[in-house]
Ligand binder design. Structure first.
Ligand SMILES: [Zn+2]
Length: 93
């Protein structure tokens, strides 16, 4: 193992650039996982893993009332059901 902790590919982002963009990248998680910098840089990979576990812990500590999409679908279909019940048979065909 070498002790060179610099990013291997000078064309790619430096760690500083990558980490500066991290908040924005985390917003779009798919891009972040596929980010080429992570392939080349175990340091930022480890940092990201740390951030993820911190974020998971934060969610456990401060659960945000953030309903999943499924919940909204359930509410919507419940409303539709309710509508159907309230309105008498009115099928204009
Ligand atoms: Zn890096």
């Amino acid at each position: 193992m070498t002790e060179d902790t610099k990013c291997l590919n000078p064309k790619s982002l430096t760690c500083y650039q990558f980490q500066t963009r991290l908040p924005e990248l985390i917003g779009s998680e798919e891009n972040l996982i596929a980010h080429p910098h992570l392939d080349q840089c175990p340091i930022c990979g480890a940092l990201l893993a740390d951030l993820e576990s911190i974020s998971e812990a934060a969610h456990l500590l401060f659960p945000i009332a953030e309903p999943s999409e499924g919940v909204w679908e359930q509410i919507e279909s419940a409303i539709e059901e309710e509508k159907g019940r309230l309105e008498p048979e009115d099928e204009t065909q």
